[in-house]
Ligand binder design. Structure first.
Ligand SMILES: [Zn+2]
Length: 259
């Protein structure tokens, strides 16, 4: 086995690559190894999920699964940083995954060219150590929440509108779930306004929470929601409240050890 084929420890080249993120205040070498052995599911990979998947890939998460249907269109280019003008009209997942692979040879990137249904979302969550939910519709976000809850893996939900973004950090069985917050789907606005800078910010913050959780570093924002109101220049965090009658999580036992 060459140094680059080592599977459960970091090769000298990987140590060199991740040198700036290992040390006091960041990750330990053990944490970096945990990251390497982890799988993260990111769906979708547009304005928020794109930068999230990119940061997870560059940080060295061992396997990144991305799911996103459809082809890249011009209005995507104000925020979907995995896209580019030459890719207009091309299938997003295929080309976004190719870009991610080009950014880190030590990461396995799996691409799914559609939005998963209930069954597939559950199967993907069960293969993952964390789920990053970045879709525009509440229907998809709640579907991913159910999948993560059933698989008992941490769930990060990022959302955006205009110049405002939110990020909620949840652990099935221990914290509120997304359905506790939204027992009924709010109306969906197909072409809602959004500035790419807030999309990227929320995606990067979701990736940071994922990196902390997977590597055992820092203090994850469990059971809290961060709201960044960019329009008014205000940031706040609030505790999430678990709904004792939640149709998703009210009868759930505690989360699995070590999740
Ligand atoms: Zn719930």
């Amino acid at each position: 086995m060459t140094e680059d084929e080592a599977t459960d420890t970091l090769s000298p080249r990987e140590r060199e690559r991740y040198d700036r993120q290992m040390g006091p205040g960041v990750l330990t070498a053990e944490g970096q190894e945990k990251l390497k052995s982890a799988t993260a599911l990111v769906t979708r990979t547009g304005g928020m999920g794109g930068p999230a998947a990119l940061m997870l890939t560059m940080a060295g998460v061992g396997r990144v699964i991305i799911a996103h249907g459809g082809e890249l269109i011009s209005p995507d280019l104000n925020r979907q940083i995995l896209g580019s003008e030459p890719l207009l009209g091309k299938p997003r997942a295929l080309y976004f995954a190719a870009y991610l692979r080009s950014m880190n040879r030590y990461v396995e990137v799996e691409d799914i060219d559609h939005e998963p249904d209930d069954e597939e979302a559950k199967e993907l969550a069960e293969r993952s150590d964390i789920v990053l939910s970045c879709p525009p519709t509440m229907e998809e976000r709640l579907r991913l929440n159910r999948a993560a809850s059933e698989a008992r893996v941490p769930f990060l939900d990022a959302a955006q509108w205009g110049m405002t973004g939110t990020l909620a950090v949840m652990k099935p069985g221990e914290t509120a779930c997304l359905q506790c917050l939204y027992p009924e789907e709010p109306p969906f606005e197909e072409l809602f306004p959004v500035v790419g800078a807030i999309s990227s910010a929320m995606g990067s913050l979701a990736a940071l929470e994922a990196i902390k959780i997977l590597s055992g570093s820092g203090q994850p924002m469990w059971n809290r929601m961060l709201t960044y109101d960019g329009y008014h220049g205000q940031i706040r965090t609030s505790d999430l409240r678990r709904d004792p009658h939640c149709g998703c999580c009210s009868s759930m036992p505690s989360a699995r050890e070590g999740s």
